[in-house]
Design a protein. Structure first.
Length: 318
């Protein structure tokens, strides 16, 4: 055990929600005579009638990976469906389109969180997916102004100054949604986070624990929603079973619930093609410059739509 200059012994303490028991990984910490402490509630079925062996056995079964007791966990199974819309779908060039419900479920959740003035962290599987999702949400919130949320992204590709400013705006409420990857799943403690949304399902149980743990910290209440395709449900439930998690509830919705945002979502997808062009040269675009360009693109589209409506009205087509 190392001794400092004052003669006081120093102790190294490693704290983790998912501390590995792998000897090779632990050896890198260079611990001497290490002791392992597990902080968790005792199993509820321990009572005075148990002998010492029974108590110890039940303690061993205590969950190694646990989410906070103040965290509500939900999963939403998002299927592909055919929905008739009022305008032409640019993806299928018809008035009937087949699409996965996941983006529409996310929009429904974000609208609900906005009414409660709650802030949300959304996890995507990669930097590219996080970036495209952020741009889509930024376009949607300008096409459908009643959405009442604003999204920013945060990634290791951003300059430190921009990352700091993004977190500052999130903490002060200037933006209510941050889209990120698993680089934000560890070591970040933002008191303002109420909700975590796994837009892309985590592959490993550790990843799920770290993502969900961004909410409901230090006794605060929070929620975690995981959006699943039909073919991902079995893997996700098996993962929960392995960590003895039986607390995840099913988030229910109807197709009618999703139709509220459908037309605005389709329009946002069409505009997204232009918005992605902002980043096409490969150079980093500052968040304020990008937001200004997005607003310009959406405003131009709105003016064109207004002119079309006025022309149709003059021609007696409406």
């Amino acid at each position: 055990m190392p001794i400092d200059r004052t003669g006081v012994s120093c102790r190294k303490i490693v704290v983790s929600a998912t501390l590995t028991m792998n000897p090779r990984a632990l050896s890198a910490l260079k611990l001497r005579a290490p002791m392992n402490f597990v902080a968790s509630n005792l199993p509820a079925d321990i009572d005075g009638s148990d002998n010492e062996e029974e108590v110890e056995e039940k303690k061993q079964k205590t969950k190694r990976f646990a989410t906070p007791e103040t965290l509500e966990e939900h999963l939403a199974v998002c299927t592909s469906c055919s929905i008739r819309i009022n305008s032409l779908n640019p993806l299928t060039h018809s008035n009937t389109g087949t699409m996965n419900e996941r983006p529409l479920v996310l929009l429904r959740l974000l609208r609900y969180f906005a009414t409660r003035k709650e802030r949300t962290l959304i996890f995507a599987a990669s930097l590219d997916k996080a970036h495209r999702l952020t741009r889509l949400l930024q376009v949607f919130s300008r096409v459908e102004k009643s959405a009442a949320f604003d999204a920013l992204e945060i990634s290791r590709q951003m300059p430190q100054k921009e990352r700091t400013e993004t977190l500052r705006r999130f903490e002060t409420g200037a933006c209510s949604v941050i889209v990120c990857t698993d680089s934000m799943a560890r070591g970040v403690d933002l008191e303002s986070i109420t909700n975590v949304v796994n837009y892309d399902v985590p592959v490993y149980a550790k990843t799920y624990i770290h993502r969900a743990g961004r909410a409901a910290r230090a006794g605060r209440r929070g929620c975690c929603y995981t959006l699943l395709r039909s073919d991902q449900v079995r893997h996700f439930k098996n993962m929960l079973r392995r960590i003895d998690n039986s607390f995840v509830k099913t988030y229910k919705y109807t197709s009618d619930d999703l139709k509220v945002d459908l037309n605005a979502y389709i329009k946002s997808l069409d505009l997204l093609k232009q918005v992605i062009g902002i980043d096409s040269n490969g150079d980093y675009v500052s968040m304020d410059h990008a937001r200004s360009k997005i607003q310009s693109i959406v405003s131009e589209w709105m003016n064109k739509e207004k002119s079309k409506r006025e022309l149709r009205k003059k021609l007696g087509l409406e």
